[in-house]
Structure formats: structure tokens, C-alpha cells
Design a protein around this ligand. Structure first.
Ligand code: HAM
Length: 471
């Protein structure tokens, strides 16, 4: 029958009784399932992290929480809504936005074909994803500007070193739908406050790279200038000069530094409109007491920027170094470039692993785990049951209790409470179980009081000064 011939191959292959090999001609060559490569896993292999990846261990969790809380607070204070976009996007999204010839796309992006032969990428940054979401969900219909913030992992296949990983985390703030220099200043201020309120001393490096028309004239002058110094510049600069001339200004090679210093400066090629915009941004920053340094070599490695670009470095960091803590700028053409109407935008993304290094190295205090208010100790199985119940009731009353219900010795339990400087212990032994009582011990003075089991949480609350009206 003709229909039976059309049965999907999968069904034939899945039938347990007779396995019929699919006819070669039945599937077009391009759709043929890729041959599975066998992965050999040695017996008892002790697995290690993939190069460039990092575990976030318990010792760092309070730092992460402090950074998250600060980001969230800034987002709330400045009126941002949270957005989460997927880690996996169409690879072309970043080719179009970040730029085909950028280092990120050309050398660092994790690109692969998935099982449907779609070319996908692990996002190397999220501005492009946020713009995609802005367009895909018709956010241009909402009151403008739309302010979005995000937090999440990014992926770049770079050479790992301190502060440079292949999976790293960014928090980002993007304002889409307003061309005013106020927006640039606010974005820079937010990034600045993120660090300074976490007690990390930083500098803002700022520049304007104008609009493409400004850059066309500038690039011609720059290329001409560098050509006249061709013999003195490094090989990378020679390549950049042909592919992406403004990136020569990023060069860190000592031999190129004198040429870079003497090179023409973009500010001299800005249109009146771009120059006025930049001056206004600087004036607002002055007004807001956000200190900045003008850096005419700051061009950023992503293609979508227009006008204002900036980076934030530590006060002891090299000017314009690769170890920027944060980067950002205006991207007035990106929304249109990605298929929307012309909509101006501006944003920033602090990198969190680099902020974490600063917090750790500078031994900056961040709020840690709240200290337990009471230790619940027990002696033997019967009292353990009561102690577990007491712990549950204390928790329900909002009292933070500590315990080691797996321990049997009262001495070691009280030592544990002492070691952690917990002000009170509640002890339940055989006698207390029979009498329906609990001993409350002041760990400093050693003074003990026996109280009714059911009233114990309220009595403790009073001792802790939490509930003076009770009891
Ligand atoms: P970006 O300068 O490529 O800009 O990255 C921002 C920050 O992410 C860097 O300053 C750094 O702290 C961190 N970062 C970048 N690569 C790595 C890495 N391999 N390891 C650790 N941290 C890293 C952007 O991504 C733009 N999307 C920023 C932006 C938002 N522009 C406008 N809106």
C-alpha cells in the first residue's frame, strides 16, 4: 500500500521485533542523522571542570548575594524591569549586532549546529538578545524608553586567566527608546554607583565615537596616519588597519604606543550634533559628581556602538586596559539594524567575576549569614524528637536556631554553641521530656531556667528582646 511506504523511519526503527534498516534513498542526504561519535569514559575517571569554567563555591556566595542585591536595588531605584533571555540564540544575531569581524564573533563565540542543523551560539553578551526581545515582543508599543535589566552567564572562548573566564556573569542595564544624553549619564552613574556603593574604588574612562558618518572621515585620516608609520607598528595593527582600523587604538604593544599617542583623535571629527551630545553627557556627569577621564583611544570591541562609549576600571588599574570591570555605551542604530524602526538606546554591563576579585582582594566586608539566636541541644532519642519539634516551632516564630541533631554528646553540642557565640541554648534531656519542659541557658552567664515546652519560644523571644509584649 502506498501509505505504508510513507511510514516515518523512526517508527520502523523503534519497533522492537524486527528492525528494518532504513532505505538509504528514503532520507535526503542533508537530513541524514549525524554519525554518533563514541565517547570513551575511562573507568573511575575523576572529572574536572572544562577549561575556562568555574564553580561558585559556598565561600563566595555572600559576595555574589551582595552584588545581586546591589544590582537589584539599582534597578528598582532607577525604574528598570527584569528580563531574562535564553543562553542559546541564533548565531546570526551576534554576527549582525556585535559584528562579524569583531574578536568576539570571529574568535571567541561558541557556535555550533544543533541536532536540527540550526547554527546557534552560546550568547557572548546580552545586549543583542535584549534588542531581539524588545522587537519580538513589540515593546516599542509600550511607553518609551523601555528600561530592562538582566543577570546571567555569558560565554566567550578566550584564553583563561585571572578575571577572564569562558563562562562569566554579567549584570546589564539597557534603556531602549530615548536619544537624550541624560540617559547616557544615568547609565554611567548607575555603573559607577554599582562599584562605589560596594566600596570598590573606580574610574570612568569615556569617549565618543560619533555616528558612522563621523567615523568614515576619521577612519580615512587614521589609516593615512598609520600608513605613514607602517614600519613601526606591530603585525596585529597592520591587519586591523585593513579590517577594522579603529581597533588599532586598542593595541597594547609597547612599540605602537608612541604612534597611538600622536594619532588623530576622533573628537576632532565629530559632527556638531555628536559633539553637543558628548558635551552634555560630560556636563551631567559633572553635576552628578561622577568623576571621569577622557580617553580618546577607547573604541570598544563591539560594532554596535554610536556616540558615547565608556569603561570602568579600578583606580589602580591601567588606563583603558583589557581588565575593564565594566563596559557600555550608546547604540542608536542597533534596533534598526535588527529589523526595527530607528530607536536609540544605551546600556552597560558590569562583569561580576571581576567585581568579585576586587571585593576579595580588597577584603571588603559584605553582609554575611545571619547569626543563630539559639542552639537547640538534646540528649538521647526521645529528647531528640522533642528537640526537632522545638526547632520547627522556633523557626515558625522567626527565630534562627542552630542544632546538631546527629550528635549525641551534650558537651560537644554546647561547645559548638559556644564556638559560634550563640547567646542562648535550649536543652532537652530525659527529665525535660517527662516533665514537658525545656532548659533555657544563657551561654554567657551560664544562668539556666526551666520553662514549659509550649511556652519556650515566646519566653526566648522575650529574652532576645524580640517580643516584649508576649508571655
Ligand atoms: P563587554 O565590554 O564585552 O561589553 O563586557 C562587559 C564586561 O563583561 C567586561 O567589562 C568584563 O567585566 C566582563 N567580561 C567580558 N568578557 C569576560 C570574560 N571572558 N571573563 C570575565 N569577564 C568578562 C558587553 O558585553 C556589552 N554588552 C556591554 C553593553 C551593554 N553595552 C551596552 N549595553
Amino acid at each position: 500500500m502506498p501509505q505504508s511506504k510513507k511510514k516515518p523511519m523512526l517508527k520502523k526503527a523503534a519497533a522492537p521485533a524486527k528492525k528494518v534498516a532504513p532505505k538509504k534513498s528514503a532520507a535526503p542526504a542533508s537530513k541524514a542523522a549525524p554519525k554518533k561519535e563514541e565517547v570513551k569514559i575511562p573507568a573511575k575517571k575523576q572529572f574536572q571542570l572544562v577549561r575556562g569554567m568555574k564553580d561558585v563555591l559556598p565561600r563566595d556566595q555572600w559576595y555574589w548575594k551582595a552584588m545581586y542585591d546591589k544590582s537589584q536595588q539599582l534597578a528598582i531605584d532607577y525604574g528598570f524591569d527584569r528580563i531574562e533571555t535564553p543562553v542559546l540564540e541564533e548565531a546570526a544575531l551576534f554576527m549582525r549586532s556585535v559584528g562579524k569581524q569583531s574578536d568576539i564573533v570571529e574568535k571567541e563565540m561558541y557556535v555550533f549546529e544543533d541536532r536540527d542543523q540550526e547554527k546557534v551560539a552560546l550568547r557572548p553578551e546580552a545586549t543583542a538578545s535584549v534588542v531581539r526581545a524588545y522587537l519580538q515582543h513589540g515593546m516599542w508599543n509600550q511607553p518609551q524608553p523601555v528600561k530592562l535589566w538582566y543577570w546571567g552567564p555569558m560565554f566567550r572562548h578566550e584564553r583563561p586567566q585571572s578575571g577572564r573566564q569562558r563562562q562569566f556573569t554579567q549584570v546589564g542595564f539597557e534603556i531602549i527608546g530615548d536619544a537624550s544624553p541624560v540617559i547616557d549619564a544615568q547609565i554611567i552613574q548607575m555603573a559607577y554607583l554599582f562599584y562605589t556603593e560596594l566600596k570598590i574604588p573606580v574610574n570612568v574612562q569615556i569617549n565618543s565615537i560619533g555616528m558612522p558618518e563621523d567615523r568614515t572621515r576619521y577612519k580615512m585620516e587614521l589609516v593615512q596616519f598609520y600608513r605613514s608609520h607602517r614600519g613601526e607598528i606591530c603585525e596585529t595593527c597592520k591587519v586591523r588597519l585593513m579590517k577594522n582600523p579603529m581597533r588599532v587604538l586598542d593595541c597594547k604593544e609597547p612599540q605602537c604606543q608612541p604612534i597611538k599617542t600622536a594619532a588623530p583623535q576622533i573628537v576632532d571629527y565629530l559632527s556638531n550634533e555628536s559633539r553637543d551630545h558628548f558635551m552634555k553627557v560630560l556636563e551631567y556627569l559633572d553635576e552628578l559628581n561622577v568623576p571621569y577621564f577622557l580617553d580618546h583611544t577607547l573604541v570598544r570591541g563591539l560594532d554596535y556602538y554610536t556616540k558615547t562609549v565608556f569603561e570602568i576600571v579600578t583606580t589602580d588599574g591601567e588606563q583603558g586596559s583589557q581588565t575593564a570591570l565594566c563596559g557600555g555605551g550608546r547604540y542608536d542604530l542597533l534596533v534598526e539594524e535588527m529589523g526595527g524602526k530607528p530607536v536609540p538606546a544605551c546600556g552597560t554591563a558590569p562583569g561580576l567575576e571581576r567585581a568579585l576579585i576586587q571585593l576579595r582582594e580588597r577584603q571588603i566586608d559584605v553582609p554575611g549569614a545571619p547569626a543563630p539566636q539559639v542552639y537547640v541541644a538534646q540528649l538521647g532519642d526521645l529528647s531528640r524528637r522533642k528537640a526537632m519539634l522545638l526547632f520547627t516551632r522556633l523557626r515558625a516564630e522567626g527565630i534562627l536556631a542552630d542544632q546538631d541533631f546527629c550528635k549525641n554528646s551534650l558537651k560537644s553540642q554546647l561547645e559548638s554553641a559556644n564556638g559560634k557565640k550563640i547567646p542562648f541554648a535550649m536543652v532537652i534531656g530525659q527529665k525535660e521530656v517527662q516533665e514537658g519542659t525545656v532548659i533555657i541557658r544563657d551561654m554567657d552567664s551560664g544562668v539556666q531556667e526551666t520553662v514549659d515546652f509550649n511556652k519556650a519560644p515566646q519566653i526566648l523571644k522575650r529574652k532576645l528582646g524580640l517580643d516584649s509584649a508576649a508571655v
